[in-house]
Design a protein around this ligand. Structure first.
Ligand SMILES: C[S@@+](CC[C@H](N)C(=O)[O-])C[C@H]1O[C@@H](n2cnc3c(N)ncnc32)[C@H](O)[C@@H]1O
Length: 287
């Protein structure tokens, strides 16, 4: 099993896009596990980088990272948010009507994709945050509050503001915008290398650390019409482990060449040891 001295975990909020399947909840721990067990000398590859939660955490720790995702929309959104300011973030809130207009467009810009992400229910890009009945009033209220107050810091602590802040927090938009703004803290972008390749394009890499967070087994995940072949991914990861440190994030791996090396338990479950629970996120390595 890998070790983790929890006292060394970075304080503060995790960062990254509110992306489906995001590792934001455990990203700070993952980086610390890699640092404590494998040091900081090797180059790091976040090959299924998605919304960038892991990449962002490496960058905050001053480490270089190769951030890859087959889906260019994901890496483009990450880059855009890093390079913009809070006035831009405020423009990402859209009405229900606008949301559906964008959703049905054939060619979507980065701004369109960000709008779909942060105004959709469960960040699914398909359904608007609110049903028809209340959508308009909630949207107008959110706009009004955002226009008048510094929603990102909540400095103006007048009573009206406090009340409105509470309303807006219930509206979810505020948290989403605050989360996005955290990404703007990332500045040393010379440490960031972005690509949009299939994972197999990295087959020649040696002496690196691979953090791999592929689409889960048995969940039908498609990328632009393709299903993800977990078995050929495991074959590839097995080969890569001969010349690299390879860590795979998953709940379960059906291929018995891999073993669980860390289980992310909740506070309640820490008394049990080992990797027994199916409900928890885990890290796997070759046996
Ligand atoms: C579980 S998500 C990763 C989430 C990410 N760790 C985060 O915190 O946001 C899996 C990602 O794999 C990407 N993906 C799917 N097939 C791929 C392939 N063949 N090569 C590279 N990336 C791929 C998907 O676009 C998706 O973003």
């Amino acid at each position: 099993m890998l070790i983790l001295d929890e006292k060394k975990i970075r304080k503060g909020k995790p960062i990254g896009l509110p992306y489906q399947g995001s590792k934001k909840k455990i990203s700070k721990k993952i980086i610390e596990i890699i640092k404590q067990n494998f040091g900081t000398d090797k180059i790091i590859y976040d090959i299924f980088g998605g919304g960038g939660a892991i990449t962002a955490e490496f960058l905050l720790n001053g480490l270089s990272v190769y951030y890859n995702d087959l889906d260019k929309d994901a890496t483009d959104m990450f880059l855009k948010v890093i390079s913009e300011d809070k006035e831009y973030l405020k423009t990402l809130l859209v009405s229900r009507e606008e949301f559906f207009r964008i959703r049905d467009k054939d060619d979507k810009t980065v701004d369109d994709n960000l709008k779909l992400l942060i105004n959709s229910f469960g960040n699914n890009n398909k359904n608007y945050l609110y049903g028809k009945e209340h959508a308009d009033i909630k949207y107008r209220l959110a706009l009004e509050i955002i226009k008048r107050h510094d929603v990102f810091s909540g400095y103006k602590q007048t009573q009206t503001w406090k009340n409105q802040f509470r309303v807006l927090q219930q509206l979810q938009w505020l948290q989403q915008l605050q989360q996005l703004q955290q990404l703007e803290r990332l500045q040393q972008l010379e440490h960031l290398h972005i690509t949009n390749l299939d994972y197999k394009s990295f087959s020649d890499v040696k002496d690196a650390v691979f953090y791999l967070d592929p689409p889960y087994e048995n969940t039908k995940q498609y990328y632009k019409g393709d299903t993800f072949d977990s078995q050929s991914f495991y074959d590839w990861a097995y080969e890569m482990s001969k010349k690299n440190i390879v860590l795979i994030s998953s709940y379960e791996i059906s291929d018995d060449r891999f073993k669980c090396v860390y289980e992310f338990k909740t506070a309640k479950s820490t008394l049990q040891s080992g990797c027994a629970g199916k409900r928890y996120e885990k890290l796997f390595m070759v046996k």
